[in-house]
Design a protein around this ligand. Structure first.
Ligand code: NAD
Length: 256
């Protein structure tokens, strides 16, 4: 007889979850939520000191390691370290995006376009390529953090819109290929979320909320913890029949 689940049951008990781009904002919230759900979390980021500090703070055997998702050797090292320390991988969240530059394609610097694409999309391919063989031993769940701008475009952000739409479709293609390995692959598309990322265009988060909130049906922007709750669902066995889809966590932004 199986135990009746309760609202307070941790949903990721026994699982090892890698969060790439964990050091700040949404990634840090996802790492924390996964630890609350009893996962052992690997916090990987270009910003190694911040990843280490985060891991020490969330406890539960979390690791804080350096990773540059644009580098094959860095991704290989990361997965080797996960294998050596934990012996398994059950969840992988790809949360990385470089700071976004504004501009039309005419204005955009080509090297910058390639760099943002590398960080936001090619990195998801690189880390997945090396993580899936470890995950395939026991099955698992992959979640790519996309954006509402995968669904509706916005001006002066051609690479951001393209890479996020690419992530959504990459997840669908991978869901088909890796279903036989018992690996589910989904994307999650947040609306505007109160992180430092918004400070590139707004004086503070209150100003960001005032400017961006009305575009959401909720009348406000979201919080990192609201995205993390949805990511924890996709990582958990509660989502065992959910694969190849995109979950909009956007306060209704993309409805109009
Ligand atoms: N904040 C929002 O409003 C919002 C809305 C929709 C989607 N998103 C998406 O959510 C994700 C997280 O957003 P955030 O606001 O928390 O951003 P953030 O900039 O705080 O987090 C991105 C993280 O990625 C890391 N990173 C950058 N380049 C890397 C690399 N090459 N290798 C490894 N790590 C690298 C950064 O150090 C940082 O910790 C991003 O993919 C973003 O596009 C954010």
């Amino acid at each position: 007889m199986t135990a009746t689940p309760t609202a307070s049951s941790p949903r990721l008990s026994g699982k090892v979850v890698l969060v790439a781009g964990a050091a700040s904002g949404i990634g840090a919230a996802i790492a924390r939520r996964c630890a609350v759900e009893a996962a052992r979390v690997v916090c990987a980021d270009l910003d190694e000191p911040a990843a280490r500090t985060l891991a020490a703070g969330i406890g539960n055997d979390a690791a804080g390691w350096h990773c540059d998702v644009t580098s094959t050797t860095s991704a290989q090292d990361l997965v080797r370290n996960i294998r050596d320390r934990f012996g398994r991988l059950d969840g992988f969240v790809y949360n990385v995006a470089a700071p976004s530059h504004d501009g039309t394609v005419v204005e955009f610097d080509e090297a910058r376009f390639r760099y943002e694409l590398d960080c936001g999309l090619t990195g998801a391919f690189i880390v997945s390529k090396h993580a899936i063989p470890l995950m395939a031993a026991s099955g698992g769940s992959i979640v790519f953090i996309a954006s509402q701008f995968a669904h509706v475009a916005v001006g002066r952000s051609p690479v951001y819109c393209a890479m996020k739409a690419g992530l959504v479709h990459l997840a669908k293609a991978m869901a088909i290929d890796h279903a036989p390995d018992n690996i589910r692959v989904n994307s999650l598309s947040p609306g505007a979320i109160a992180t430092n990322r918004l400070l590139a265009r707004h004086a503070d988060l209150d100003a960001a909320n005032a400017a961006l909130g009305p575009a959401h049906l909720t009348g406000r922007i979201g919080q990192p913890a609201e995205v993390a709750a949805a990511a924890a669902f996709l990582l958990s066995d509660d989502a065992s029949f959910v694969t190849g889809t995109d979950l909009l966590v956007d306060g209704g932004y993309a409805t109009r």
